[in-house]
Design a protein around this ligand. Sequence first.
Ligand SMILES: Nc1ncnc2c1ncn2[C@@H]1O[C@H](COP(=O)(O)O)[C@@H](OP(=O)(O)O)[C@H]1O
Ligand SMILES: [Mg+2]
Length: 265
Amino acid sequence: MSTTDLPVPPAEALADDHLFAAWAATVAGERLTQVRTEGLEGKELKDAGDQAAHDLLVALLAEHRPGDAVLSEEGKDDKARLGADRVWIVDPLDGTREFSEPPRDDWAVHVALWSRTGDDTGELVAGAVAQPGLGTTFHTGQPPVVPARTAPRPRIAVSRSRPPAFVQALAEEIGADLVPMGSAGAKVISVARDVSDAYVHAGGQYEWDSAAPVAVARAAGLFTSRVDGTPLVYNQDDVWLPDLIVCRPELSDAIVEFVRTHGTD
Ligand SMILES: Nc1ncnc2c1ncn2[C@@H]1O[C@H](COP(=O)(O)O)[C@@H](OP(=O)(O)O)[C@H]1O
Ligand SMILES: [Mg+2]
């Protein structure tokens, strides 16, 4: 992509990683909304969306954050990121399946920043999840304010296409209802929006599926961990990060306890 085609960030986004993440996710979401109007369907639409959003995000990061490493679902994994101090972890199009099924709105763009805090450690320090279908970008610069819980029973967001069996058993144990939807980002954000109260997943995912949503969830005061209650760790050599919990803090003990007792198989 030539730099002349690139959207230009506002000055405040250039100066602030939270706002840059939010701006980049938003413009990639706009690009995806455009791709969705171009008459493509099925696999062609999925591939065009993945590629367009990836190309745009990589070009924006190269232009405006040239010293930083990038880990993208759609790019080659350059292991130089393991020695870098700052790594952008991006999922250009999360919920690719749902993106290809207009008018579904459960798809998202994820942009997260990981920063080194020690020789072998680091943390997510900024993140943004754009949900163009909702017209909103949720981000760490202005974290979502989680509304008071409205549902009488807890609601657990699960994958629409591959809900893990143990989450059904968990729901029965704690008296919860399942809310199926696409996209890891949309599910995490659904907890912050009081559309669900928890997102519980196991069986497979990669760092880019959860990094940005988890950064936003933490900034909003939600609980985040692996399903066994241990911390989610990013910018690892192996980017397979197959399970997670994001929930209202008051639900975390019951969910972790269930997994420790019954496992996820
Ligand atoms: N078992 C699994 N193995 C690998 N990736 C998985 C997975 N289950 C979910 N994911 C990924 O997590 C994201 C959300 O999935 P779901 O909507 O089913 O909950 C999707 O990301 P992408 O759309 O970026 O590929 C999907 O590929
Ligand atoms: Mg994804």
